[in-house]
Write a protein that binds this ligand. Structure first.
Ligand code: BGC
Length: 744
């Protein structure tokens, strides 16, 4: 029997309620087990995210509650899927309830945010994207999948494919930066790795989220409205989803916000006309958490019954966490308001994936030994280390890095250097905090014999005063080098972590500027989920180097230590522009030119109080060596529509250390029927080069990729002249030109 027949077979034996159960996804519930003990989980979550209580304290409180695993609902067939259940033993229990106690014995989808690893945590996606290294991201996906599957997870709510042009938006940390092409490259790699069978035939269902254009939230404020032209949607936000669908992604998550006035959860135009009809998606759509219920809050429907009806009619197949489908859809069908065929359609989409992803072929025994053999292994940690080394971006260096062997005493200042919870960063709930190597540990592991490392707390991202600064300056007096660690705690980026300012929080900037006056050179390590406005730090000569370390994951300290001591050479390059101030956002390298591009003349497009140039541009990053570019040439002058242009450039490592360079290629369509961006990334290649080595590097650009979506949303490729830029980042490039004609 093929899968289609099997699905029909299963469906024909199901009651209406059981079918709707397959469209229902929920978490476990918590109730207070102790008399007089108030269980206010929402408040505790808020407190933890605001830093008022630690994660440990949060978990302690949760452990005092009685958790209902909802095995009875599973057994009745009214609950067919779980969200964010990641304790291995509990997963096995609910699966047992499904296969042994439910009438149909249909296993559950256990969906979890596998965003940056599972037990072994990798850098945040924004950090990983700075590696520009597809192979390393593929390895991350392989490790994450192995660990998640060992724990019983069979569905990942990721990768997130939202293009993120605005650093105010906290979820930029989960993105692959501001470029749609790069986002698509990483996204499809993860999807393929998750979904292809591994050596044991295991697959992990992937989700492309959040559909659509969530990264364009107005003002960078999370969950906020998006109102944009369809041509912008297609040119700047849709390409990664097109790649995802082409790669066969099994699930898509609709977004929280309203798009052009209609909440995505109930937007038939987005979910049906675009996603299914136009892109050809054939998996199932899951809502975001409680987003069905939230339609009432949006003011888009009168009540939760209408919310459930509109969502399922629009093509939202599964309800995450609202419980509205299970509560209202049965009645709506019984009353003849909703055709049962719509339920069958959604249920068959879900069941098809359950069959395709082998859920019926697995055993659901809890086997702690097998889990521990698969997780946090040496090999997994090595992959996380390699990814971390490649993700950090060296922003500034006057030569103080790598740390010289003459340095005898290093003083590390800043609580972030040892705060494992903060260093873990967002979306690391499945990870093990205690497995993380903090910055002081990492520096101690990497430092040569005879060098001492001392740590002083000094300040933190939430410090509100500088009362101890003179004392700290005294303590660093005899240091040969100060490493100041500043930035963001775990919940200062991620979901619901938007910011109206991009500057360092609390007193950190003042603290760093005060430390800059110390006799010893100062290296600033920035731990953050987003680009920060750090012009004063950049321009202060007393701060000798700045490393954007992001949240690097389990191997944080080891990777950073090896980079600072020069055992490894930094090679990360920014994938999101850094600006001075939030008022410049959204700011991307691939903007249109305007008719009056900023210049000296008064009447040009600029600000009175902020530059129009980025603080650090897209593609930027330093190395301990230098690369020079020369002799850019193309294999032809004129190309026809089906050609692949080959652009070749000489790259030379002119420094005295081996290192890696990301050769970047951008294109500008000089004249088109709609205004095209000043530059768009079309190809890149990461090259490892020995000191002194020179190479001819060829990048290929299919001419078809030079097209765009016009105002009618048709993809068109227009003939004419295109400028080609090849170089080190989006600002430092050599230029050449190509012509696209009908016949080449
Ligand atoms: C997020 C999703 C996530 C879901 C489940 C939501 O709040 O927006 O990205 O997958 O929670 O954790």
């Amino acid at each position: 029997m093929d899968i289609k027949e099997k699905v029909e077979n299963i469906l024909s034996g199901m009651t209406l309620l059981e079918k709707i159960g397959q469209l229902n996804q929920a978490g476990t519930t918590m109730a207070s087990a102790l008399p007089g003990f108030e269980a206010d989980v929402d408040t505790w979550v808020t407190q933890m995210m605001d830093g008022a209580i630690t994660k440990d304290e949060f978990e302690r409180r949760i452990s005092m509650l009685e958790e209902d695993l909802r095995e009875d609902e599973v057994a009745c067939g009214t609950l067919g899927n779980f969200v964010n259940l990641y304790e291995d033993e509990k997963i096995a229990r609910v699966q047992q309830a499904a296969i042994k106690r439910s009438r149909q014995g249909i296993p559950l989808f256990i969906g979890v945010d596998v965003i940056r690893g599972y037990r072994t945590i990798f850098p945040t996606p924004l950090a990983m994207s700075c590696s520009w290294d597809i192979k390393l991201v593929e390895k991350m996906a392989e490790v994450a999948k192995k660990e998640a599957i060992a724990g019983g997870v069979n569905w990942s709510f990721g990768p997130m494919l939202d293009v993120a042009p605005d650093a105010r938006w906290g979820r930029i940390v989960e993105s692959w930066g501001e470029d749609a092409y790069l986002t698509g490259c990483f996204g499809k790699t993860i999807i393929k790795k998750f979904q292809e069978p591994d050596e044991h035939g295991e697959k992990l269902l992937a989700t492309a989220k959040h559909f659509a254009a969530y990264g364009a939230a107005l003002g960078g404020r999370d969950y906020n409205s998006v109102d944009m032209s369809l041509q912008k949607l297609f040119n700047q936000y849709m390409p990664p989803f097109i790649e995802a669908v082409d790669a066969g992604v099994g699930a898509v998550m609709s977004a929280f916000h309203d798009f052009n006035g209609v909440p995505c959860t109930m937007d038939e135009y987005l979910l049906n006309d675009i996603l299914r009809e136009r892109l050809g998606f054939d998996g199932f759509v899951v809502s975001d958490a409680e987003a069905v219920k939230q339609l009432v809050v949006h003011g888009a429907v009168a009540d939760e019954k209408e919310a459930a009806l509109k969502s399922i009619l629009a093509g939202g197949d599964m309800d995450m966490s609202s419980m509205d489908y299970i509560q209202f859809l049965p009645k709506l069908v019984e009353k003849g308001i909703l055709d049962e065929k719509i339920i069958d359609r959604a249920a068959s989409r879900v069941l098809t994936k359950k069959l395709e992803y082998g859920l019926f072929d697995r055993e659901y025994q809890y086997d702690p030994e097998k889990i521990s053999e698969a997780t946090l292994t040496k090999e997994n940690r090595k992959a996380a280390y390699e990814m971390a080394v490649n993700s950090a971006v060296l922003l500034k260096n006057d030569g103080v890095l790598p740390i010289s062997e003459k340095v005898k005493k290093i003083v590390v200042v800043g609580k972030l250097a040892v705060d494992k919870e903060a260093l873990m960063g967002p979306w690391a709930f499945t990870g093990e905090k205690d497995a993380l190597i903090d910055i002081v540990e990492g520096l101690s592991n990497a430092c040569p014999k005879g060098m001492s490392i001392e740590y002083i707390e000094g300040f933190s991202p939430v410090s509100t005063d500088m009362d101890n600064i003179s004392e700290v300056l005294m303590q660093v007096k005899d240091a040969d080098l100060v490493i100041a660690v500043a930035g963001e705690n775990a919940f200062m980026s991620g979901e619901a972590a938007s910011k109206a300012e991009l500057k360092l929080s609390g007193k950190q900037e003042q603290y760093l500027l005060a430390l800059a006056k110390a006799d010893a050179p100062v290296v600033t390590v920035l731990v953050s989920g987003r680009p920060l406005g750090i012009r004063k730090i950049k321009e202060n000569p007393g701060i000798n180097a700045v490393m954007a370390a992001w949240h690097l994951g389990t191997e944080f300290g080891n990777a950073l230590g090896d980079l600072l001591f020069g055992k490894r050479n930094p090679s990360g390059r920014l994938t999101a522009t850094w600006v001075d101030t939030a008022g410049q956002e959204p700011f991307t390298y691939n903007h249109n030119n305007t008719g009056k591009p900023g210049g000296d003349f008064k009447f040009t497009s600029k600000y009175l109080d902020a530059p129009i140039e980025p603080l650090y541009p897209f593609g930027y990053g330093l190395s301990y060596t230098q690369f020079s570019y020369s002799n850019v040439c193309t294999d032809k002058e004129c190309y026809c529509m089906n050609d692949i242009a080959k652009i070749t450039v000489t790259v030379e490592n002119v420094g005295d250390r081996d290192g890696a360079e990301v050769v970047q290629l951008y294109v500008r369509d000089l004249s088109a029927s709609i205004v095209r961006p000043v530059k768009e990334l079309k190809a890149f290649s990461k090259q490892f080069m020995k000191a002194g080595e020179a190479k001819r590097v060829t990048l290929e650009v299919p001419i078809q990729n030079l097209g765009f979506y016009n105002r009618k949303c048709e993809y068109v490729l227009e003939t004419g002249d295109f400028k080609v830029f090849v170089g080190h980042d989006s600002c430092q490039c050599l230029e050449t030109k190509i012509v696209v004609t009908e016949r080449g």
